[in-house]
Design a protein around this ligand. Structure first.
Ligand code: PMP
Length: 389
């Protein structure tokens, strides 16, 4: 089988699977509670995972790393906490036309609730973000700028550092959706100077159901928790309660302990390879694959056309074969790709299409797999042309 759907989720190395089994077999206990050794071991493993994530994204403090269920939950938390506390009627939230639904709908809901306006940054013809339009759409009314670091369709990596600078000049905060960047490149939240950064463990070799919300200490510290209950409290009286300091204040209830440990193992695995090497390897695959895909007669590739500006997500259509038919035919040949709107319906509408096929690459994919994929596409195309001409 050739697995080319890494933007949806990644496969898991044995090392990560072993870390989960090891935790459940040897260290399983609840965290932050027990006075006994087993609970201390579980707590240490859970908190060590936080340190690993802190180093991985170059956060200043470990308290800035909150475990969530994933990018979707992180962004929803932001809308329902920071958003609800800071966005008033007439304020503006600025996102882009290339956002995943999880970076659109929470803001739509918030805007509808408080009477704020949701605005969209245009894209240029090559699918990259129009920074001049971003600048034009920012004003003193802009309170939140939330943009994806890397597109899950266009293969574009956005200039988050520049956007953050612009956002801050207007007094807005900058949120970056790192679901498609954290697995593939060096992440430095301090260098980008983002206020919040979100990502999911399952797209970077880790388990499902675990992700991260990074927030700058001072911003997080002023925010109310998204959820209340055990673990996050200090003292509970009949009518009021006081809360733990960061980061635990945001982690109500028994957390996904195994998930965090598994994510920590994934971080170890990727760090051991080196994120610079990961990025370089994937870039070499893109340089190999993109020209070959573009050479297929009748193909339209979306996003930048040159491999230097295109990450490992390659979305395309074939003029003679519907995206779903192509993906089904590829599946019959043991090649797994995604077809559809990729949770980006506004982007599809912006591009004037209904769906695309999407190949998304990761560290275990090879040139041989790409060669085989190109051969098979040729055969499928021939078949469709013959049968349905
Ligand atoms: N943002 C982007 C850019 C994504 O690609 C995805 C996953 N497809 C998400 C957000 C949502 O991630 P999750 O489903 O892990 O919460």
């Amino acid at each position: 089988m050739i697995y080319f759907d890494n933007a949806a989720t990644s496969q898991k190395p044995q090392f990560v699977i072993d870390s989960l089994v090891d935790y459940y077999q040897n260290d399983n206990a609840n965290v932050h509670r027990g006075i006994y050794e087993l609970s201390e071991r579980a707590t240490n493993a859970y908190e060590q995972a936080r340190d690993k994530v802190q180093n991985f994204i170059h956060a200043k403090k470990r308290e800035e790393v909150l475990f969530t269920r994933g990018t979707t939950e992180s962004l929803n938390w932001l809308a329902s906490t920071y958003g609800a506390e800071n966005i008033k009627q007439g304020d503006e939230i600025l996102i882009s036309y290339m956002e995943h639904h999880s970076n659109i709908v929470p803001w739509q809901q918030l805007a509808q609730r408080v009477g704020a306006n949701l605005k969209y940054i245009n894209l240029k013809a090559d699918g990259t973000l129009d920074l001049a339009d971003a600048e034009e759409k920012m004003s003193d009314r802009t309170k939140i700028v939330s943009v994806t670091h890397a597109s899950n369709v266009l293969g574009v990596v956005n200039p988050i550092k520049e956007l953050a600078q612009m956002a801050h000049q207007h007094g807005a905060i900058m949120i970056a959706d790192g679901a498609q960047s954290a697995p593939h490149m060096v992440i430095d939240v301090q260098d980008m100077n983002v206020d919040f950064f979100t990502f999911s463990g399952h797209k970077m070799l880790g388990p499902t159901g675990i992700g991260v919300l990074y927030g700058k200490y001072d911003v997080l510290n002023k925010m109310n928790p998204a959820q209340f209950g055990g673990e996050m409290i200090e003292l509970v009286d009949l009518h009021e309660a006081t809360f733990q300091p960061l980061p635990w204040r945001f982690e109500a209830g028994t957390p996904n302990i195994a998930g965090a440990i598994g994510l920590g193992a994934a971080v170890d695995y990727l760090t051991n390879i080196g994120m610079t090497e990961v990025e370089a390897y994937e870039q070499s695959l893109v340089s190999y694959a993109l020209p070959k895909i573009k050479k297929i007669p009748g193909v339209t590739v979306y996003g930048p056309q040159d491999s230097e500006h295109h990450s490992g997500v390659i979305a395309f259509n074939l003029d003679s074969v519907h995206a779903h038919d192509l993906a089904t035919a590829l599946d019959q040949e043991g090649i797994e790709v995604r077809a559809g709107h990729h949770c980006t319906q506004p982007l599809m509408r912006y591009l004037g299409i209904a769906a695309t096929v999407r190949v998304s690459l990761y560290i275990y994919n090879t040139r041989e797999e790409i060669d085989h994929f190109i051969d098979i596409i040729g055969k499928i195309k021939e078949y469709f042309n013959r049968e349905f001409a």
